[in-house]
Design a protein around this ligand. Structure first.
Ligand code: NAG
Ligand code: NAG
Ligand code: NAG
Length: 565
């Protein structure tokens, strides 16, 4: 815990799929990081235009006469599931999902249950009630409705803004989530923003970025969670924490007055200033209830921080009696891959994973560079050996060699990562020599892209397919700090073995640790108590409540875990 005092401000945070950069004190690096973030809007705007232009024909294609090939594929897949004589499963997941969606437009919604393990954490009745309320709100106030038209006109004109706003106007408030950084970050952001929208009674609208529509189906019936292209706030993606509308500025410099402001900008990037992190402690009654539009930027899983806020304690306790199942339940509710992505998942699964007696996922994310590193391979093998996840091999001297043991069972290893060298090395090891246990180990990697690309559709689709494939394994080893790994483990309800990030190119000791829960880690939590809000003092928020703890891989991060009773 000694690290607490120095880490938030001065150590760099290697956020997955974002260039690692220095924290607030290193202004030069921060400026560079800002430039890095700021460069996006132009690209995104241009691509958004292209995206909108290409949308109508696509919609017609999908909505009108259903194209032959996918429908045939879907029917045959469903048929093959039935033919295999699989026992009928509760596809609606204990009421988490609603019937009545067009199944073929998003087969993963009702099919994934046949690929996953049975649910270990059922949704609580209160969570189901709150989901149904949120669905009704999204429909009543969402894009295309009169309330939305009025709200977006108010945002454009600034009329009735701020302190004059009457919350009862249409009863519709909005939370717009800015899309930025890598796919893992965006998935964590979407899931947390959805919870925050539920807690504050706001409609969640997603900045579609370039790729969102290619990745996920709509989670709500008869409405859309995508921010419409005619959203009146043109430059909202440029907003930074120095904006006059930023939460920190309103709370600290304006004493909570929102007079004259058309919206409030909530900046919860992992490196946000303490003043902006005050939002974690907001109870919505201070001033946010007077603001119809809140624009949120986050690259993190902000849920643990929200659990530190006493204002939401009672509600969250009722929604989530199991504190370690927040991402598990919300991701299953919200995140249904599109048919294209689901096709990638299921084809790979049936080709390489399905028939193995056991499946192991190994998610490799290296923050030191894209080239192969011996110490990373050593760390993977040290971890899988220490935790008995993979057998050793029998290395013979020279000449005849030992007689291979009889084949006992099969184990399929799914590796994901930017470089295929780790995959090739492990596969070679089990090809050249028999395993000590007689297990047949096969090693598979869907793709190796060598470098991260931001906002490229096919890249993101492959990345999402890989996260889903990881979630279908029986056990999983992940790389510390990686949001990609958080998502893979969390989606699958798998408590990962986390490989601690190496320092000085040496294998850490121990090479990996069993996580305390399957929940993702919040890389930018608050460091103050909500009851005191002393933002200049740094305290250990990993000890305030029993279910919010320091993360295994990021000591100043916070994650949810069910307290050991
Ligand atoms: C999963 O649930 C189904 C019923 O929905 C049951 O038949 C099956 O035995 C369960 N599997 C496991 C491994 O518990
Ligand atoms: C408050 O205002 C000052 C002066 O304009 C500015 O430098 C500072 O960043 C503001 N504080 C916050 C939290 O925005
Ligand atoms: C890494 O090397 C630096 C400089 O040689 C040293 O100060 C630091 O303690 C080392 N860290 C670890 C974890 O060994």
């Amino acid at each position: 815990m000694e690290r607490e005092s120095s880490t938030p401000a001065s150590s760099w945070l290697g956020i997955d799929e974002a260039a690692p950069f220095a924290g607030k004190k290193a202004t030069k690096d921060a400026a560079a990081a800002d430039a890095f973030v700021r460069r996006w809007p132009k690209v995104v705007n241009a691509t958004l235009v292209a995206f909108i232009m290409t949308m109508p024909p696509l919609l017609i294609l999908l909505g009108g006469g259903r194209p032959g090939a996918p429908a045939v594929w879907i029917k045959s897949t469903v048929a093959s599931l039935a033919a295999r004589g699989e026992p009928k499963k509760d596809v609606l997941l204990g009421g988490l999902l609603l019937p009545g969606f067009d199944e073929q437009s998003c087969v993963s919604r009702y099919q994934s249950v046949y690929y996953r393990k049975n649910m270990t954490r059922p949704p609580s009745p209160h969570l189901l009630r709150r989901l149904r309320q949120q669905e009704a709100l999204q429909r009543r106030c969402g894009p295309g409705t009169e309330p939305y038209r009025r709200a977006s006109e108010r945002l454009r004109s600034g009329q009735n803004a701020g302190d004059d706003f009457v919350a009862t106007v249409d009863g519709c408030g909005y939370l717009v989530l800015i899309s930025y950084r890598g796919l893992g970050n965006r998935i964590l952001a979407i899931t947390s923003a959805f919870l925050y929208a539920m807690l504050t009674g706001r409609v969640l609208l997603l900045d579609p970025g370039k790729t969102m529509a290619d990745l996920f189906c709509e989670p709500f019936q008869a409405t859309s969670w995508m921010l419409p292209g005619d959203f009146p706030l043109e430059h909202f993606r440029d907003l930074g924490e120095d904006a006059p509308e930023s939460y920190g500025n309103v709370a600290v410099n304006r004493s909570g007055s929102v007079a004259g402001l058309r919206f409030v900008y909530a900046h919860l990037d992992h490196a946000a200033t303490p003043a902006n992190r005050l939002l974690y402690c907001d109870d919505h009654r201070q001033f946010l209830h007077r603001v119809q539009w809140v624009i949120l930027r986050t690259d993190s899983y902000i849920v643990p921080g929200i659990f530190l806020n006493p204002a939401y304690k009672e509600e969250l306790d009722m929604m989530f009696p199991n504190k370690d199942a927040v991402f598990y339940l919300l991701s299953r509710y919200l995140l249904h891959p599109t048919n294209d992505v689901w096709g990638m998942v299921t084809r790979f699964y049936h080709s390489y994973l399905k028939n193995a007696d056991e499946r192991l996922g190994v998610q490799i994310r290296v923050f030191d560079g894209d080239e192969p590193f011996q110490h990373i391979l050593d760390q993977i093998l040290a971890c899988t050996s220490q935790e008995h996840l993979l057998p050793g091999v029998v290395v013979s001297g020279h000449g005849g060699g030992v007689a291979p043991p009889p084949i006992a069972r099969s184990k399929a290893v799914l590796t994901t990562g930017l470089n295929s060298w780790y995959h090739d090395s492990i596969r070679d090891m089990y090809w050249r020599s028999p395993s000590a246990t007689g297990e047949v180990v096969s090693v598979h990697q869907p793709s190796h892209e060598l470098h991260q690309h931001f906002f490229r559709s096919t890249h993101d689709m492959k990345a999402l397919a890989e996260m889903y494939l990881l979630s279908l394994t029986d056990k999983i080893v992940t790389s510390g700090w990686s949001t990609f790994g958080y998502v893979g483990a969390g989606l699958g309800g798998l408590t990962p073995y986390i490989m601690i990030k190496p320092e000085n190119h040496t294998v850490p000791n121990p090479p990996c640790v069993r996580a305390m829960s399957m929940e993702p880690c919040d890389h930018g939590p608050p460091y103050f108590e909500c009851t005191k809000k002393e933002i200049d003092k740094i305290i250990d928020t990993g000890n305030l409540v029993p279910h919010v703890r320091s993360c295994e891989d990021v000591p100043w991060g916070r994650k949810l875990a069910d307290p050991i009773s």
